[in-house]
Design a binder for this molecule. Structure first.
Ligand code: SAM
Length: 291
Protein backbone atom coordinates (compact mmCIF):
# COMPACT_ATOMS: atom_id res chain seq x y z
CA UNK A 1 0.00 0.00 0.00
CA UNK A 2 1.34 3.44 -0.94
CA UNK A 3 1.68 5.84 1.94
CA UNK A 4 0.66 9.50 1.63
CA UNK A 5 3.59 11.82 2.10
CA UNK A 6 2.64 14.93 4.06
CA UNK A 7 3.75 18.16 2.43
CA UNK A 8 1.63 20.49 4.59
CA UNK A 9 3.03 22.90 7.17
CA UNK A 10 1.75 25.41 9.73
CA UNK A 11 -1.88 25.26 10.91
CA UNK A 12 -2.65 22.67 8.23
CA UNK A 13 -0.01 20.28 9.57
CA UNK A 14 -1.47 20.45 13.09
CA UNK A 15 -4.40 18.31 11.93
CA UNK A 16 -2.00 15.35 12.00
CA UNK A 17 -1.66 15.81 15.77
CA UNK A 18 -5.39 15.69 16.46
CA UNK A 19 -5.82 12.78 14.02
CA UNK A 20 -3.06 10.92 15.84
CA UNK A 21 -4.63 11.66 19.24
CA UNK A 22 -7.92 10.09 18.13
CA UNK A 23 -6.07 7.15 16.59
CA UNK A 24 -4.11 6.50 19.79
CA UNK A 25 -7.31 6.71 21.82
CA UNK A 26 -9.00 4.19 19.53
CA UNK A 27 -6.25 1.66 20.27
CA UNK A 28 -6.85 1.90 24.01
CA UNK A 29 -9.03 -0.77 25.65
CA UNK A 30 -10.82 2.13 27.41
CA UNK A 31 -11.24 4.19 24.24
CA UNK A 32 -13.33 7.35 24.57
CA UNK A 33 -14.18 7.85 20.91
CA UNK A 34 -13.58 4.52 19.14
CA UNK A 35 -12.39 6.41 16.06
CA UNK A 36 -11.13 3.38 14.11
CA UNK A 37 -11.23 5.35 10.86
CA UNK A 38 -8.63 7.73 12.35
CA UNK A 39 -6.40 4.74 13.17
CA UNK A 40 -6.75 3.46 9.59
CA UNK A 41 -5.85 6.90 8.19
CA UNK A 42 -2.76 7.13 10.43
CA UNK A 43 -1.53 3.79 9.09
CA UNK A 44 -1.76 5.16 5.53
CA UNK A 45 0.33 8.27 6.19
CA UNK A 46 4.08 8.64 5.86
CA UNK A 47 4.71 11.07 8.73
CA UNK A 48 6.78 11.14 11.89
CA UNK A 49 3.94 11.34 14.42
CA UNK A 50 6.42 11.60 17.31
CA UNK A 51 6.85 15.24 16.14
CA UNK A 52 3.38 15.99 17.47
CA UNK A 53 4.31 15.10 21.04
CA UNK A 54 0.82 13.59 21.39
CA UNK A 55 0.60 10.62 23.74
CA UNK A 56 -1.26 9.38 26.86
CA UNK A 57 -2.97 12.35 28.45
CA UNK A 58 -3.03 14.61 25.38
CA UNK A 59 -4.53 11.84 23.21
CA UNK A 60 -7.37 11.27 25.68
CA UNK A 61 -7.83 15.05 26.00
CA UNK A 62 -8.25 15.34 22.21
CA UNK A 63 -10.75 12.47 22.22
CA UNK A 64 -12.77 13.95 25.10
CA UNK A 65 -13.05 17.33 23.37
CA UNK A 66 -14.16 15.65 20.15
CA UNK A 67 -16.70 13.50 22.01
CA UNK A 68 -18.26 16.55 23.68
CA UNK A 69 -18.62 18.35 20.34
CA UNK A 70 -20.04 15.15 18.80
CA UNK A 71 -22.63 14.93 21.57
CA UNK A 72 -23.77 18.52 21.12
CA UNK A 73 -23.95 17.95 17.37
CA UNK A 74 -26.05 14.77 17.81
CA UNK A 75 -28.34 16.59 20.23
CA UNK A 76 -28.95 19.37 17.72
CA UNK A 77 -29.60 16.96 14.86
CA UNK A 78 -32.04 14.94 16.97
CA UNK A 79 -34.12 18.12 17.36
CA UNK A 80 -33.45 19.46 13.84
CA UNK A 81 -33.14 16.54 11.41
CA UNK A 82 -33.49 18.87 8.39
CA UNK A 83 -30.46 20.94 9.28
CA UNK A 84 -27.19 21.98 7.71
CA UNK A 85 -23.96 21.10 9.52
CA UNK A 86 -20.98 23.26 8.67
CA UNK A 87 -17.91 21.45 9.91
CA UNK A 88 -15.25 24.15 9.57
CA UNK A 89 -11.51 23.35 9.67
CA UNK A 90 -12.49 19.69 9.38
CA UNK A 91 -8.90 18.62 8.69
CA UNK A 92 -8.85 14.82 8.82
CA UNK A 93 -11.56 14.63 11.47
CA UNK A 94 -14.01 11.77 10.93
CA UNK A 95 -16.88 13.55 12.72
CA UNK A 96 -19.28 12.86 9.85
CA UNK A 97 -18.41 9.14 9.99
CA UNK A 98 -18.74 9.00 13.78
CA UNK A 99 -22.10 10.77 13.82
CA UNK A 100 -23.45 9.06 10.68
CA UNK A 101 -26.23 11.64 10.23
CA UNK A 102 -29.47 10.69 8.45
CA UNK A 103 -30.00 11.52 4.74
CA UNK A 104 -32.11 14.55 5.72
CA UNK A 105 -28.97 16.31 7.00
CA UNK A 106 -26.86 18.43 4.68
CA UNK A 107 -23.27 18.08 5.93
CA UNK A 108 -20.52 20.33 4.60
CA UNK A 109 -16.86 19.82 5.50
CA UNK A 110 -14.78 22.98 5.00
CA UNK A 111 -11.01 23.40 4.98
CA UNK A 112 -8.24 24.54 2.62
CA UNK A 113 -8.34 22.82 -0.82
CA UNK A 114 -5.02 21.00 -0.25
CA UNK A 115 -6.31 19.63 3.07
CA UNK A 116 -9.50 18.38 1.40
CA UNK A 117 -7.41 16.70 -1.34
CA UNK A 118 -5.52 14.73 1.30
CA UNK A 119 -8.76 14.02 3.16
CA UNK A 120 -10.28 12.49 0.01
CA UNK A 121 -7.26 10.21 -0.39
CA UNK A 122 -7.26 9.06 3.24
CA UNK A 123 -10.88 8.85 4.35
CA UNK A 124 -13.86 7.09 2.76
CA UNK A 125 -16.62 9.22 1.22
CA UNK A 126 -19.44 9.37 3.80
CA UNK A 127 -22.54 7.42 2.81
CA UNK A 128 -26.23 7.96 3.54
CA UNK A 129 -25.96 11.71 4.03
CA UNK A 130 -26.16 14.72 1.73
CA UNK A 131 -22.41 15.37 1.88
CA UNK A 132 -20.25 17.97 0.21
CA UNK A 133 -17.05 19.89 0.81
CA UNK A 134 -15.94 23.48 0.27
CA UNK A 135 -12.24 24.09 -0.22
CA UNK A 136 -11.53 27.55 1.12
CA UNK A 137 -10.06 29.54 3.95
CA UNK A 138 -12.91 30.42 6.29
CA UNK A 139 -11.57 33.97 6.21
CA UNK A 140 -12.05 34.28 2.43
CA UNK A 141 -14.81 36.47 1.04
CA UNK A 142 -17.97 34.95 -0.34
CA UNK A 143 -17.61 31.24 0.47
CA UNK A 144 -20.60 31.21 2.85
CA UNK A 145 -22.80 32.20 -0.08
CA UNK A 146 -22.20 28.72 -1.53
CA UNK A 147 -24.18 27.32 1.41
CA UNK A 148 -27.97 27.43 1.00
CA UNK A 149 -29.49 29.58 3.74
CA UNK A 150 -32.68 27.53 3.98
CA UNK A 151 -32.18 25.50 7.15
CA UNK A 152 -31.21 25.81 10.80
CA UNK A 153 -27.46 25.46 10.85
CA UNK A 154 -24.95 24.09 13.27
CA UNK A 155 -21.39 25.28 12.74
CA UNK A 156 -18.83 23.18 14.57
CA UNK A 157 -15.15 24.14 14.50
CA UNK A 158 -12.58 22.36 16.56
CA UNK A 159 -8.98 23.54 16.72
CA UNK A 160 -9.61 26.58 14.51
CA UNK A 161 -10.14 29.77 16.51
CA UNK A 162 -6.55 29.96 17.79
CA UNK A 163 -5.25 30.18 14.19
CA UNK A 164 -7.52 33.14 13.41
CA UNK A 165 -7.16 36.74 14.42
CA UNK A 166 -9.99 38.03 16.60
CA UNK A 167 -11.35 40.20 13.78
CA UNK A 168 -11.46 37.13 11.50
CA UNK A 169 -13.25 35.08 14.17
CA UNK A 170 -15.74 37.86 14.67
CA UNK A 171 -16.43 38.15 10.95
CA UNK A 172 -17.01 34.40 10.80
CA UNK A 173 -19.46 34.49 13.72
CA UNK A 174 -21.28 37.48 12.23
CA UNK A 175 -21.40 35.82 8.80
CA UNK A 176 -22.89 32.55 10.07
CA UNK A 177 -25.37 34.05 12.51
CA UNK A 178 -26.49 36.65 9.95
CA UNK A 179 -27.10 34.13 7.17
CA UNK A 180 -28.93 31.13 8.58
CA UNK A 181 -32.37 30.74 10.16
CA UNK A 182 -31.14 29.96 13.66
CA UNK A 183 -28.81 27.32 14.99
CA UNK A 184 -25.75 26.64 17.08
CA UNK A 185 -22.05 27.49 17.11
CA UNK A 186 -19.80 24.91 18.76
CA UNK A 187 -16.09 25.54 19.10
CA UNK A 188 -13.09 25.41 21.40
CA UNK A 189 -10.91 28.32 22.47
CA UNK A 190 -7.81 29.01 24.48
CA UNK A 191 -7.62 31.89 26.91
CA UNK A 192 -4.77 34.37 26.38
CA UNK A 193 -2.57 32.42 28.79
CA UNK A 194 -3.53 29.21 27.02
CA UNK A 195 -2.39 30.73 23.71
CA UNK A 196 0.99 31.57 25.26
CA UNK A 197 1.36 28.04 26.65
CA UNK A 198 0.21 26.34 23.45
CA UNK A 199 2.91 28.11 21.43
CA UNK A 200 5.39 25.80 23.19
CA UNK A 201 3.47 22.60 22.51
CA UNK A 202 5.40 20.36 20.04
CA UNK A 203 2.42 19.92 17.66
CA UNK A 204 2.26 23.70 17.20
CA UNK A 205 5.97 24.53 17.42
CA UNK A 206 7.21 21.76 15.13
CA UNK A 207 4.55 22.57 12.51
CA UNK A 208 5.59 26.24 12.61
CA UNK A 209 1.96 27.25 13.22
CA UNK A 210 1.16 30.73 14.53
CA UNK A 211 -1.46 31.21 17.24
CA UNK A 212 -3.35 34.47 17.65
CA UNK A 213 -6.81 34.73 19.18
CA UNK A 214 -7.48 33.92 22.82
CA UNK A 215 -10.89 34.23 24.49
CA UNK A 216 -10.93 34.99 28.21
CA UNK A 217 -14.62 35.86 28.54
CA UNK A 218 -16.88 33.79 26.26
CA UNK A 219 -19.90 35.94 27.25
CA UNK A 220 -18.30 38.91 25.48
CA UNK A 221 -19.01 37.27 22.12
CA UNK A 222 -22.75 37.54 22.77
CA UNK A 223 -22.58 41.20 21.76
CA UNK A 224 -21.27 40.25 18.31
CA UNK A 225 -24.64 39.22 16.88
CA UNK A 226 -28.28 39.86 17.78
CA UNK A 227 -29.59 37.11 20.03
CA UNK A 228 -26.29 35.19 20.15
CA UNK A 229 -26.45 33.39 23.51
CA UNK A 230 -23.79 31.44 25.36
CA UNK A 231 -25.43 28.13 26.30
CA UNK A 232 -22.44 26.24 27.68
CA UNK A 233 -18.88 27.01 28.59
CA UNK A 234 -16.95 23.92 29.61
CA UNK A 235 -13.41 24.31 30.92
CA UNK A 236 -10.97 21.66 29.71
CA UNK A 237 -10.44 20.77 33.37
CA UNK A 238 -14.19 20.04 33.71
CA UNK A 239 -14.90 18.15 30.48
CA UNK A 240 -16.89 14.99 31.18
CA UNK A 241 -14.83 11.79 31.05
CA UNK A 242 -11.60 12.93 32.74
CA UNK A 243 -11.56 9.54 34.48
CA UNK A 244 -10.29 8.15 31.14
CA UNK A 245 -7.01 10.08 31.58
CA UNK A 246 -3.95 8.21 32.82
CA UNK A 247 -3.31 8.77 36.53
CA UNK A 248 -0.66 11.44 35.89
CA UNK A 249 -3.13 13.34 33.69
CA UNK A 250 -5.92 13.12 36.27
CA UNK A 251 -3.62 14.50 38.95
CA UNK A 252 -2.39 17.24 36.62
CA UNK A 253 -5.98 18.29 35.84
CA UNK A 254 -6.84 18.41 39.54
CA UNK A 255 -3.90 20.74 40.16
CA UNK A 256 -4.77 22.95 37.16
CA UNK A 257 -8.39 23.20 38.29
CA UNK A 258 -7.23 24.80 41.56
CA UNK A 259 -5.03 27.48 40.02
CA UNK A 260 -7.22 30.40 38.90
CA UNK A 261 -5.01 31.60 36.00
CA UNK A 262 -4.52 28.08 34.67
CA UNK A 263 -7.98 26.57 34.97
CA UNK A 264 -9.24 28.79 32.15
CA UNK A 265 -6.53 27.84 29.64
CA UNK A 266 -9.00 26.03 27.39
CA UNK A 267 -12.76 25.88 26.95
CA UNK A 268 -15.39 24.27 24.76
CA UNK A 269 -18.25 26.63 23.96
CA UNK A 270 -21.82 26.24 22.76
CA UNK A 271 -23.82 29.24 21.57
CA UNK A 272 -27.34 29.46 20.20
CA UNK A 273 -28.49 32.02 17.67
CA UNK A 274 -32.06 32.83 16.72
CA UNK A 275 -33.60 32.90 13.24
CA UNK A 276 -32.53 36.03 11.40
CA UNK A 277 -35.37 38.30 10.36
CA UNK A 278 -34.88 37.39 6.71
CA UNK A 279 -34.77 33.62 7.46
CA UNK A 280 -37.55 31.34 6.15
CA UNK A 281 -37.90 29.02 9.12
CA UNK A 282 -40.84 28.62 11.46
CA UNK A 283 -41.12 30.67 14.66
CA UNK A 284 -39.24 27.98 16.62
CA UNK A 285 -36.33 28.06 14.18
CA UNK A 286 -37.31 24.73 12.59
CA UNK A 287 -37.31 24.43 8.82
CA UNK A 288 -39.32 21.94 6.81
CA UNK A 289 -37.79 19.73 4.10
CA UNK A 290 -37.88 21.36 0.72
CA UNK A 291 -38.20 24.85 2.11
C1 SAM B 1 -5.62 21.55 14.83
S1 SAM B 1 -6.20 21.21 13.22
C2 SAM B 1 -7.85 20.68 13.62
C3 SAM B 1 -8.44 19.82 12.54
C4 SAM B 1 -9.74 19.14 12.96
N1 SAM B 1 -10.76 20.07 13.32
C5 SAM B 1 -9.47 18.18 14.09
O1 SAM B 1 -9.95 18.43 15.22
O2 SAM B 1 -8.79 17.19 13.85
C6 SAM B 1 -6.42 22.84 12.54
C7 SAM B 1 -7.21 22.85 11.25
O3 SAM B 1 -7.61 24.20 11.00
C8 SAM B 1 -7.56 24.39 9.61
N2 SAM B 1 -7.52 25.85 9.39
C9 SAM B 1 -6.69 26.74 9.97
N3 SAM B 1 -6.95 27.98 9.52
C10 SAM B 1 -7.99 27.84 8.63
C11 SAM B 1 -8.70 28.74 7.82
N4 SAM B 1 -8.43 30.05 7.83
N5 SAM B 1 -9.69 28.27 7.02
C12 SAM B 1 -9.97 26.94 7.00
N6 SAM B 1 -9.33 26.03 7.77
C13 SAM B 1 -8.35 26.48 8.56
C14 SAM B 1 -6.27 23.68 9.20
O4 SAM B 1 -6.18 23.45 7.82
C15 SAM B 1 -6.41 22.39 10.01
O5 SAM B 1 -7.15 21.42 9.33
Amino acid sequence: MDHEKIMLTGAQETMLATLYGRALDSRSPRSVLHDDEAARAVRRVDYDFSKTGVKGTSAVGIALRARQLDEWTREFLAAQPFATVLHLACGLDTRVHRIAPPPSVRWIDVDFPEVLDLRRRLLPEPEGVDYRTIGTSVTADGWLEQVPADRPTLAVFEGLTMYLREAEGRRLVEGITGRFPGGRLLFDVYGTIGIRLQKRVPAVRNAGATLHWGVDDPAELESWAPGLTLLDSLRSVDVPGLEHLPLSGRLGMRVLARIPVLRDVGRILRYGFPPSESGNSGPDGSAKPGE
